[in-house]
Design a protein around this ligand. Structure first.
Ligand code: THU
Length: 159
């Protein structure tokens, strides 16, 4: 038996001013995207902004439903919209921001497992890493690739 250890890498920033202009723009787009949240059940508003390889920004927001599983997270509304409208454009960076009952979250919201798996699929589809920015008002985390959010990714395209 051998005990193995996996490590992940991410960078922490204390404010949006520390980011590159491109990343700061995308975080502001994610914050703006929260306005499209339909969240009458959780009152948790999530916004996502996805930059494609050509610079196009696609926004998404969580959409809830009285039949709870029928809703969808902000990240997947953005990724599926991009996948449907621009099937040949690789994903470059995905930024996520959240508010609880209208109050911006100090700590970043972290994507659910299903959203991480969908990120992994598009990363594999286009063969290039997707940068993920988790933006809270007190700290911002940047992951350079989905692997750092989803170690031991299931990836049938590579199997
Ligand atoms: N949600 C997202 O949209 N993205 C996340 O990263 C976490 C959770 C949504 C799902 C649901 O509408 C609400 O937040 C509460 O879980």
């Amino acid at each position: 038996m051998t005990v193995k250890r996996l490590t992940i890498d991410y960078t922490e920033y204390s404010s949006i001013e520390e980011l590159t202009p491109e990343d700061a723009e995308l975080v502001l787009a994610a914050i703006k995207a929260k306005e499209g949240s339909y969240s009458p059940y959780s009152h948790f508003q999530v916004g996502a902004a996805l930059r494609l390889e050509d610079g196009t920004i696609i926004q998404g927001a969580n959409q809830e439903n009285a039949a709870y599983p029928s809703g969808l997270c902000a990240e997947r509304t953005a990724m599926f919209a991009a996948g449907a409208q621009f099937p040949d454009k690789a994903f470059d960076t995905l930024a996520i921001a959240a508010s609880d009952h209208g109050h911006p979250c100090e700590d970043p919201a972290t994507p659910c497992g299903s959203c991480r798996q969908v990120m992994a699929e598009y990363q594999s589809k286009f063969g290039r890493p997707i940068k993920v920015i988790l933006a809270g008002s007190r700290r911002i985390l940047i992951f350079e690739k989905v692997d750092d959010l989803l170690p031991l990714i299931f990836d049938s395209l590579k199997a």
